[in-house]
Design a protein around this ligand. Structure first.
Ligand code: ADP
Length: 355
């Protein structure tokens, strides 16, 4: 029997996400699925005010300081770093239930409803998301930005250190300046270990400058209670991070490959977009055989199975079957080794905020 009718388009929460109900209806800063610049061609995505929310902060000195900045760098940041991806809701992310709950309650809620927040601790402003590639770190960061109705400044350390190397200090400086000017804002930097590595040598002035720029930014957002700046760093190599640097992150979450339930949800959701026929037993086998696969690898696996199928029976439109997956398994295995997974678990035990 086909399972298609059982498929839900989003991932309903398996656990309690307590605060979402108290938020009431929330409209993210997205119009027709896009974040937009404002009519004056301003650098930032426009933010629609939400009743009861803190108004956005614009810094007074921004006009003058903006004028003093390199227009080409500003344009680059505007075009390549201000993220215009689609909005992401909590229910779009399978699994990571406790991480989502902590982030929603301790970070998102205090920013959206500062008056209602009674938590004793200062809300975390810097987060490290670590784990294998394709497990939802970027997705989660996009979701945080969507929930906050904030601008997302999304930068890859690899791109910064390769394609943009000669201008990297200026680019980072511009991104961090923009962040302080337009709040709430989420600054997202992937492969953060490249910038905050233990291996940044004294004599490498260039990397050292980037590192100190970032560290002083992290120190500033940790101590300033008025700013609504969230910094998210992601890493596949948390063990490469300088200890002094990773202590700067208020929260460190292991974003693991999906568990059984999350894999089932991702597979269901992906297969719902293609014609398929799997029995309950075959779906259970699929869930069992995909242990260790990341979310993005599961999606690729379904696509591969669909492609196998199309190539297999030319002209005949049959639904993707379990047999197509057997072929796909040969082509696409989980890329993260058990050794790497053990490293994440160990690092999480030592430094993580949730074990
Ligand atoms: P990372 O930043 O950890 O490398 P991404 O967040 O970019 O991974 O994930 C890549 C894609 O894989 C996402 O856009 C999404 O389609 C899918 N994906 C990964 N993890 C999940 C998840 N937990 N729930 C739903 N989709 C996921």
């Amino acid at each position: 029997q086909s399972m298609k009718t059982m498929v839900s388009p989003t991932f309903p929460e398996e656990g309690p996400l307590r605060s979402s109900e108290t938020f009431g209806k929330f409209t993210p800063t997205v119009i027709n699925g896009e974040r937009r610049g404002n009519e004056q061609g301003h650098l930032f995505a426009q933010r629609i005010p939400i009743p009861g929310m803190k108004p956005p902060i614009f810094c007074n000195q921004s006009e003058d300081q903006l004028k003093s900045m390199d227009p080409l760098i500003l344009e680059l940041v505007n075009n390549e770093i201000v993220d215009c991806g689609p909005p992401v809701q909590w229910t779009d992310i399978a699994g990571h239930v406790s991480v989502k709950a902590v982030i929603e309650e301790e970070l998102v809620w205090p920013i959206l409803r500062p008056g209602a927040y009674t938590g004793a601790n200062r809300p975390p402003k810097s987060i490290l998301l670590f784990g294998p590639t394709g497990t939802g770190k970027t997705l989660l960061s996009r979701c945080i930005a969507t929930q906050l109705g904030s601008t997302l400044l999304k930068l890859s350390s690899t791109v910064l250190l390769s394609k943009w190397k000669s201008e990297s200090e200026k680019i980072l400086q511009t991104v961090l300046f923009m962040a302080s000017c337009h709040q709430p804002v989420v600054v997202f930097i992937s492969e953060i270990e490249l910038l905050l590595s233990v291996r940044v040598h004294e004599e490498n002035t260039h990397l050292n400058n980037l590192k100190s720029q970032l560290l002083s930014f992290l120190d500033n957002i940790a101590t300033s209670s008025n700013d609504d700046i969230i910094f998210i760093g992601t890493s596949q190599r948390p063990d490469d991070l300088d200890e002094a640097a990773h202590h700067r992150f208020a929260k460190k979450f292991y974003i693991s490959p999906p568990d059984n339930l999350a894999r089932r949800q991702i597979l269901h959701h992906t297969l719902a977009q293609q014609n398929y026929c799997l029995s309950e037993r075959e779906m259970a086998l699929l869930v069992q055989h995909t242990e260790g696969y990341s979310g993005s690898e599961l999606i690729q696996l379904c696509q591969q199975a669909g492609a196998n199928h199309l190539h297999g029976i030319a002209g005949q439109m049959q639904p993707t079957s379990y047999k197509d997956f057997e072929g796909a398994f040969c082509k696409l295995q989980a890329s993260t080794s058990q050794k790497q997974l053990n490293m994440y678990v160990k690092w999480n035990k030592l430094y993580g905020s949730r074990h």
